[in-house]
Design a protein around this ligand. Structure first.
Ligand code: ADP
Ligand code: MG
Length: 228
């Protein structure tokens, strides 16, 4: 069985008039080491789907299982732990904490378990070296370029060795050349870590780096037709 199963997920937001059906019967599966791009126009529900897969929001109907576990059956505190341990998030806005160093930023997700031990610090250093920032450990985010901040975001997402890596427009704020470097880095680390990766993007260049491309349209998810 696949490691991630998204099964008949629908999401409807109530509004003052007609309810908004953002996702309609969306299903997908993914296994360790596989990656996938979800493309679609702005407002098509890409972020909503990623939030649900990331357990940050709940589906109106349908289910998600990760390595056989249903996160939505968990109580809130257990769900937060599940999310922190098993899912890594990369965002367009990297939400780095300006007062912390690069190394400290990568360690932020571990702080919920108390101050980071030697092993966590070693792992953070190693990840930062692998994203090409081994010489920048003590720098603050303001001293980095946009591409370097994005790389810190990738390292931070991997600190708990997640089974699933989710990226919402990870290169959306970067120029084309930098976006391509960061996209390739993301795929390289995902392969090395043997995690699953889902990237939501409107960038065809980024989508082209993934093994599979699906398109969201009118709430339906289907294979992206090959470009003309
Ligand atoms: P995308 O990421 O593809 O641009 P989103 O998933 O952000 O699209 O949004 C899809 C649709 O759902 C949009 O019409 C948006 O306004 C609506 N939407 C998203 N979140 C909410 C919410 N919490 N409440 C109501 N409507 C929402
Ligand atoms: Mg979005």
């Amino acid at each position: 069985m696949a490691d991630l199963v998204v099964d008949h997920v629908s999401k409807t937001f109530p509004t003052r008039s007609e309810p908004l059906h953002v996702l309609r019967d969306v299903s997908l599966t993914l296994s360790a080491g596989e990656n996938l791009a979800i493309v679609g126009p702005s407002g098509s529900g890409k972020s909503t789907l990623l939030q649900i897969i990331g357990t940050l929001d709940r589906p109106t109907s349908g289910s998600i299982t990760l390595d056989g576990d249903n996160p939505f059956a968990l109580a809130e505190a257990k769900l937060a732990h599940f999310r922190a341990q098993r899912i890594g998030f990369v965002f367009q806005e990297h939400h780095l904490l300006p007062q912390l160093t690069v190394l400290e930023n990568v360690l932020v997700p571990t702080l919920a378990e108390g101050s980071p031990g030697k092993e966590a610090v070693e792992h953070a250093r190693e990840l930062l070296a692998r994203v090409g920032l081994g010489e920048r450990l003590e720098h603050r985010p303001a001293e980095l370029s946009g591409g370097e901040r994005a790389r810190v975001g990738v390292a931070r997402a991997l600190i708990h060795r997640p089974a699933l890596l989710l990226a919402d427009e990870p290169t959306g704020a970067l120029d084309r050349a930098t976006a391509s470097v960061v996209g390739e880095l993301l795929v390289k680390l995902q392969a090395q870590e043997n995690t699953m990766l889902i990237v939501v993007t409107h960038s065809q260049e980024l989508a082209a780096l993934m093994q599979q491309r699906l398109e969201l349209n009118n709430g339906h998810l289907s294979p992206q037709p090959p470009s003309q």
